[in-house]
Design a protein around this ligand. Structure first.
Ligand code: MG
Length: 385
């Protein structure tokens, strides 16, 4: 029986993790979880999951909940997330938080001797160097939940890392993949949120529409699989059936295929090295898919993908600044404060303006994040005026 602590339980990955746990009550129990601001969603989860400790964003919500659930310990805020991650009464942290807020809990979990099943890619985009150092120091591992990285992880099983020639990350192209760049000027939030293949949270769906998400995934792959950026390629694949591939030194290419359903990579991260039955409504049937397409990405059409390679290769504080500016710009677009293409302008400008600095400490990372947020905020404000 594996005891899980689940951060971000009410989000898209969180609720699907709960699904997996409920499908396998003999394998897992969730003993602690976090739920942000979605108290209705939290209460629904608590009907099925007898958690002992729960973290919510606001202390006033925690106060109310203590009255309603006397058997559960409630904590709150970013500090509460770190308390859950640093506790010693669980086996595996599932980090399904969205954004930079996921970094510190990941670090705390590793430092307190836990492995982490990671859906929070911002952890590695911002502070990959610090996480990598902690993993080596404490002898812990990350299990990828992101579908592309789960695919690569699966393709690496039974093979030698030194014999890998390159990783090939597939990209659907997101909701605007059929539009040219000059057609993106007036696209709306509603159009951006309609992803052709995947059902995901709002933030990542916008990140997919401009391929910031794919750029993040390149950085994530760099840290997860310890390969230079020159050995990580992106290939457009609109059907989202081949979830990613690994090419070996003999040019053999191994890919992982499946229906676009996040519950499969979630389950594999929890059960590795084993595989278990998983109830899926429509398992992949290639005879129904018929044709699969692949093409090279256009770096001018998707400048944030190009930026992520640039920031990743230079390293230091650039990943954290890129992420922070993107979090603010993505949110501002969803609030209808700025147009879609301005997300790109803000993020590119932030990375090209910030003075470069190595990341030595967590404080360096927090400073870089704050710098990127302030830079983006100033740009958004001056646009609105
Ligand atoms: Mg992905």
């Amino acid at each position: 029986m594996k005891k899980l602590t689940l951060l971000g339980a009410t989000g898209s990955i969180g609720t699907q993790t709960v699904d997996i746990v409920l499908q396998h009550p003999e394998l897992f129990e969730i003993t602690a979880l976090s739920a942000g601001h979605n108290i209705a969603g939290l209460k629904k989860i608590l009907e099925d999951i007898p958690a002992k400790t729960v973290c919510v964003s606001e202390e006033r919500d925690a106060e109310t909940l203590r009255g309603e659930y006397p058997d559960i310990t409630f904590v709150s805020g970013d500090e509460g997330l770190c308390t859950l991650a640093a506790a010693d009464d669980y086996d595996l942290l599932v980090n399904a938080l969205v954004g930079f807020v996921g970094f510190l809990p990941t670090l705390k979990a590793i430092e307190s001797g836990h492995d982490v099943a990671l859906a929070n890619k911002e952890t590695l985009v911002c502070g990959g160097a610090l996480i990598d150092r902690a993993l080596k120091q404490y002898g812990r591992v990350l299990y990828p939940i992101d579908s592309e990285h789960s695919a690569i992880f699966q393709c690496l099983q039974g093979n030698k890392k030194e014999q890998v020639k390159r990783l090939i990350i597939t990209a659907s192209g997101g909701s605007f993949r059929n539009l040219k760049r000059d057609e993106l000027k007036d696209v709306t939030v509603e159009q951006a949120l309609a992803h052709p293949n995947w059902s995901m949270g709002a933030k990542i769906t916008i990140d997919s529409a401009n391929m910031m998400n794919k750029g993040f995934e390149v950085t994530e792959a760099h840290w997860l699989f310890d390969l230079p950026y020159e050995q990580i390629d992106v290939v457009m694949h609109p059907e989202s059936i081949v979830h990613s591939m690994v090419e070996y030194c003999d040019h053999s290419v191994i890919g992982q295929l499946g229906a676009p359903d996040m519950r499969l990579p979630i389950q594999y991260a929890l059960t590795w090295p084993d595989r278990y039955f998983y109830r899926q409504d429509e398992p992949l049937d290639l005879t129904k898919v018929g044709t699969l397409h692949f093409s090279a990405p256009d770096m001018e059409r998707y400048p944030l993908l190009a930026l992520a390679y640039e920031a990743g290769k230079k390293g230091g504080n650039l990943g954290a600044v890129m992420n922070a500016a993107n979090e603010m710009a993505n949110q501002a677009f969803r609030n209808k404060e700025i147009p879609f293409l301005m997300i790109e302008d803000i993020v590119i400008d932030a990375v090209h303006t910030v003075p470069y600095k190595e990341l030595e400490t967590v404080q360096d990372l927090i400073d870089a994040d704050a710098w990127g947020r302030q830079f983006a905020l100033d740009k958004i404000r001056s646009y609105k005026e």
